[in-house]
Design a protein around this ligand. Structure first.
Ligand code: E4P
Length: 218
């Protein structure tokens, strides 16, 4: 499973990159605003900065909601860097724009996906990634992981190559469960990735090894 980090914070992206497990970055307008990145030029520059400190695909989201606007913005974003993936919302215009970009060989991430039917449409339109938001479904007492399982079944039935990018991952067990179901990618915060490291028996075992070594090597 690929690991993407879901942030516009350059320090967190660097930390994940240095850990050696980062395959890409996703952002959204809210994450950009959280880092205080405002104004078109600053936002475009920030995407380039993210590309320069990470190795994999970097999703950059359009703000336009109409087809023509999405095409114009998406083309500007795609020109920024070869690893930019144009992130489009799951709307009628977004699906049309997805088909436009995928036909031209530009990678697309279809975002704000909350149902298997939406994921099927994204695959039909040639999306590189589909982003089901599992945390936001859990927030309204609907099983987000079940959506990943349903999309996996549909994509496997027909051999769709669109990658299931489990998004809105909030904690470490989301990552583990997405891996069990067979999500191709997950995107989440650095804290959720670092949570995978933790086990008390690892800490106890390491302390014992070090203590035993020190006893015999005074
Ligand atoms: C996906 O690309 C989104 O940026 C993201 O995962 C949303 O997560 P949230 O529901 O925690 O805001």
């Amino acid at each position: 499973m690929k690991f993407f980090i879901d942030t516009a914070n350059l320090s967190e992206i660097k930390a994940a990159q240095e850990l050696g497990v980062l395959d890409g970055v996703t952002t959204n307008p809210s994450l950009m605003a959280k880092e205080g990145i405002t104004g078109t030029n600053n936002i475009l520059k920030h995407y380039v900065d993210i590309c320069n400190i990470s190795d994999g695909d970097v999703s950059a989201e359009v703000i336009a909601t109409d087809y023509e606007g999405m095409i114009k913005e998406g083309e500007e974003l795609a020109e920024l860097h070869e690893r930019i993936v144009v992130k489009l919302p799951m709307t009628k215009d977004g699906v049309r724009a997805c088909k436009y970009f995928s036909s031209k060989g530009v990678k697309v991430n279809v975002t704000l996906v909350f149902s298997p039917g939406q994921a099927l449409l994204a695959a039909k339109a040639g999306a590189t990634y589909v982003s089901p938001f599992i945390g936001r479904l859990d927030d309204i007492s609907t099983d987000g992981l079940n959506l990943i399982a349903e999309i996996r079944e549909i994509y496997d039935n027909y051999g769709y190559e669109t990658e299931i990018l489990a998004a809105s991952v909030r904690h470490t067990m989301h990552i583990v469960n997405c891996a069990k179901i067979g999500a191709d990618v997950m995107t989440g915060p650095l804290s959720a990735i670092l949570g995978l490291l933790k086990h008390p028996l690892t800490d106890i075992g390491l302390a014992q090894f070090i203590a035993d070594y020190q006893k015999g090597n005074k």
